[in-house]
Ligand binder design. Structure first.
Ligand SMILES: Nc1ncnc2c1ncn2[C@@H]1O[C@H](COP(=O)(O)OP(=O)(O)O)[C@@H](O)[C@H]1O
Ligand SMILES: [Mg+2]
Length: 147
């Protein structure tokens, strides 16, 4: 019988751009035990990068505050939460539209949420203006592999 693999982690780090890479690496290391394919790993890291970048640029507007990532592995499913205590999103539905951005048009593509949606199985955005935002993402890994 294959033992079920479960794990839980939570990290807090500063909202500086160097930590986009740090967050990708930490989440990559966390999922390593699930034996992800290169594509799965790349998808997950891209989704994490997009969410963390949004905390740095939009939530905290380049002020140095705290970002949290919580990860849960439950058998072959990865759950991630990216949490900030920044400015929040007034209209989540609008923010999630492809190409919608409140940033400078030359710099921002407005595709961050679209990538997160495309690369993960499920995306949920909970936001309270003035309080912060929680991005919940879920991805099931290789259905026919053993864990
Ligand atoms: N964590 C966040 N806090 C506040 N606003 C956010 C956050 N994440 C996203 N947003 C808002 O949603 C918009 C769309 O985000 P996204 O799809 O990643 O595009 P982009 O980052 O290129 O603007 C952003 O322009 C911003 O207004
Ligand atoms: Mg973005």
């Amino acid at each position: 019988m294959v033992r079920e693999y479960n794990n839980h982690m939570k990290i807090t780090f500063d909202s500086i751009s160097e930590n986009e890479k740090f967050a990708r690496i930490v989440v990559g290391a966390f999922v390593a035990r699930m034996n992800p394919t290169m594509e799965e790993l790349s998808d997950i890291k891209t989704a994490v990068s997009e969410a963390v970048t949004n905390c740095i640029i939009h939530a905290y507007e380049n002020q140095v505050k705290q970002i949290e990532i919580e990860g849960i592995i439950c058998k072959n499913v990865l759950f991630l939460r990216i949490i900030d205590y920044g400015k929040g999103i007034e209209n989540v539905e609008q923010a999630m539209q492809p190409m919608f951005t409140t940033g400078a048009k030359e710099e921002r593509s407005g595709m961050g949420f679209s990538f997160m949606e495309a690369f993960m199985d499920r995306l949920n955005v909970i936001s309270h203006p003035g309080k912060g935002t929680v991005i919940e993402m879920e991805r099931e890994l290789g259905k026919d592999r053993e864990f």
